[in-house]
Design a binder for this molecule. Structure first.
Ligand code: UGA
Length: 436
């Protein structure tokens, strides 16, 4: 099939390239010329393990094309995926759809034959209806169908999530025509066991938000239970196992830690609340999830200051600063709320991250990047394990035994309190009894 992805951000690039890997001809379009030139050299604008090799393979095989020529790409394709960014609006509450509507206008000028137009970007309930309305002004409805096909890829796990998803959700109001075409496109995934779910267009739009809000709720739930565990000497990991083995609950997304972050959960939960307001519905649970998560960084900061006792002039070393492992993404990373608060207490902050120094932190001269995690540990009073990179799991802290009064606050429970018993190191973690 001939398809095009407009927007080669995270969603567009990963999905476009992987569809080409299934044997389709894919045009990946972007208005950033440099990005396109780099992609042709397999230099990727995002960090996603393994993706560069798949780009190179399919580019050489002439299955994926990178281009700025949006008109040609649309004309040459049967299926058009809109995958442009939908960043938070200026008030931070809903999604800014200006990029989406700009693309829709361009599509309307290039509809030379019947095409399926798919929103892959996360768009609020009713966006598909708006797109259809814009297109219908100049084009006959028999020439196009507007479909919602939300993506459920996780950063850092995107290749696996694309190839082996639990489900593919198709939202269409023209099931008879659209469903067989998209079933064919997704055939390699369906064959491997991915469920093909066809619903109304609006339902698909809401599924995306409901999925992210539910996952955010699950994380927030275990984080609040972790708070209770800390007061009662119970291990939250035991609770996660004890409840997660109940198939009705499920074991995933029950890892207690810092506030959830990233480009999706914070933005999508807030946008869902805005949507509910429009329909006069009180999503009280989601509102409380957002509130609890916003407050979580304050709780973690308070705990850091308690651990330090006297924070003045203390050196704090962060291991990992991204919102989760296997990504270089800093968007809504919880450390961006924690670090400014501890700097106010006159602490010094250094950090190491496997994906290198971060521009957003370099802006502040009081925060220093350290290339070597061992050096960071050696020069810190308190180590905060902020991100769950595998390389932090294998750090042997006993090497630092001679160092006086090393404190460790493990926000991801990567290590075990028993490993620090009778050692010169004080170890704190989330929702588990300390080694004190
Ligand atoms: C999330 C969803 O998981 C994807 O299904 C969805 O496609 C994507 O948003 C999106 O809307 O585009 P992502 O933001 O890449 O994916 O990251 P997650 O792996 O879901 O993690 C989000 C946050 O939750 C991170 O800060 C992570 O550390 C935290 N988390 C996750 C926990 O604190 N505990 C957990 O058990 C799981």
């Amino acid at each position: 099939m001939k398809i095009c992805f407009i927007g080669t951000g995270y969603v567009g690039l990963v999905s476009g390239v992987l569809f080409s890997d299934f044997g389709n001809t894919v045009y990946c379009v972007d208005n950033d010329k440099n990005k396109i030139l780099n992609l042709e050299k397999s230099i990727l604008p995002i960090f996603e393990p393994g993706l560069d090799e798949i780009v190179e393979k399919n580019f050489k095989a002439k299955r994926v094309f990178f281009t700025t020529d949006i008109n040609k790409a649309i004309k040459s394709s049967d299926i058009i995926f809109i995958a442009v960014g939908t960043p938070p609006s200026k008030d931070g509450k809903s999604a800014d759809l200006s990029n989406v509507f700009k693309v829709v206008k361009t599509i309307s000028k290039n509809l030379n034959k019947y095409k399926i137009i798919i929103t892959k970007s996360t768009v609020p309930l009713g966006t598909g209806d708006q797109i259809e309305k814009i297109l219908s002004k100049t084009i006959s409805k028999s020439k196009f169908d507007v479909v919602s096909n939300p993506e459920f890829l996780r950063e850092g796990e995107a290749i696996r999530d694309f190839r082996y998803p639990d489900r593919v959700v198709i939202g269409t109001n023209n099931v008879k025509k659209v469903s067989p075409i998209l079933k064919k496109l997704y055939e390699p995934i369906i064959k491997k066991g991915g469920k093909f779910i066809v619903v109304s267009r609006k339902a698909a739009e809401l599924i995306k938000y409901a999925a992210n809000a539910f996952l955010a709720t699950k994380i927030t739930f275990i984080n609040e239970i972790a708070n209770l565990c800390e007061k009662t000497g119970i291990n939250v990991d035991d609770i996660a196992e004890g409840i997660g083995t109940d198939a009705r609950i499920g074991s995933r997304f029950l890892r207690a830690g810092p506030a959830y972050g990233g480009s999706c959960f914070p933005k999508d939960t807030k946008a869902l609340i805005e949507t509910s307001k429009k329909f006069n519905v009180d999503l009280s649970l989601v509102k409380n999830v957002v509130r609890s998560n916003d407050n979580r960084s304050n709780l973690i900061t308070k705990k850091i200051l308690q651990i330090l006792k006297n924070p003045n002039n203390k050196k704090i070393g962060f291991l990992g600063v991204t919102f989760k492992a296997n990504t270089d993404d800093m968007r809504d990373s919880s450390c961006l709320s924690i670090i400014p608060q501890i700097l106010k207490k006159n602490c010094k902050v250094n950090y190491y991250d496997p994906t290198g120094a971060k521009a957003i932190l370099s802006k502040n001269k009081k925060i220093k990047f350290c290339k070597d995690p061992n050096e960071l540990i050696q020069n810190s009073d308190l180590i905060v394990i902020h991100t769950e990179w595998d390389e932090f799991k294998s750090i042997d802290f006993s090497k630092f035994m001679k160092k006086e009064n090393l404190l460790i606050f493990d926000l991801r429970n990567l290590h075990h309190p028993r490993d620090f018993l009778n050692k010169n190191i004080k170890y704190f973690s989330i929702g588990r009894p300390n080694n004190e």
